[in-house]
Design a protein around this ligand. Structure first.
Ligand code: ZN
Length: 172
């Protein structure tokens, strides 16, 4: 039986679910975001998934749909924010936590700030476009009128692997 603290892979997590083990809540929710990323890969979209949780309930669940919608703004986080706002009847997503498999880009970080999301949990770092820790630190910028608490690297290996597998498949 794995120690819940050692659950790092999708298979470990699935095993823990099956065994009814207590699971770190961040990993539990990230697992759902990863399911969304898997759906994106099946649709031949860059596999990034996001969910929004409010009061312990999933109020949005989305994946990247840039190709299908022919829309440069159709990143997983953008769609999830729109869904969450519709579900809650407010553009202010106070009390919500957004989980996303990849570090948000500047567009998504901007939208997260606009939505006043208090907490973001992300998986893999994005050294080429990340606006939370890699290229910019928008969530901590004192010049902006909102700050976002963020936790990165949750299930980072699994979140990164689904992306590298996707791009390897493209090249192959
Ligand atoms: Zn984005």
């Amino acid at each position: 039986m794995p120690d819940p603290a050692d659950i790092d892979s999708f298979d470990d997590l699935r095993g823990a679910f099956d065994q009814g083990l207590p699971i770190d809540p961040h990993r539990r929710w990230m697992w759902l975001a990863l399911e969304e990323a898997r759906m994106a890969a099946e649709e031949d979209e860059v596999p990034v998934g996001a969910i929004v949780v409010a009061a312990g309930r999933v109020v949005a669940s989305a994946h990247n749909q840039r190709e299908q919608l022919a829309d440069p703004t159709a990143h997983a986080e953008m769609i999830a924010l729109t869904q969450a706002a519709a579900a809650l009847g407010s553009w202010r997503l106070e009390g919500c936590t957004l989980y996303v498999t990849l570090e948000p880009c500047p567009m998504c970080a901007g939208a997260i700030l606009q939505a006043r999301v208090p907490t973001v949990v992300w998986g893999a770092a994005d050294p080429k476009a990340g606006a939370v820790a890699s290229l910019y630190r928008l969530f901590e910028d004192q010049r902006l009128n909102h700050r976002v608490t963020h936790v990165g690297g949750i299930m980072a290996d699994e979140c990164g692997r689904i992306l590298s597998d996707f791009f390897r498949g493209k090249r192959g």
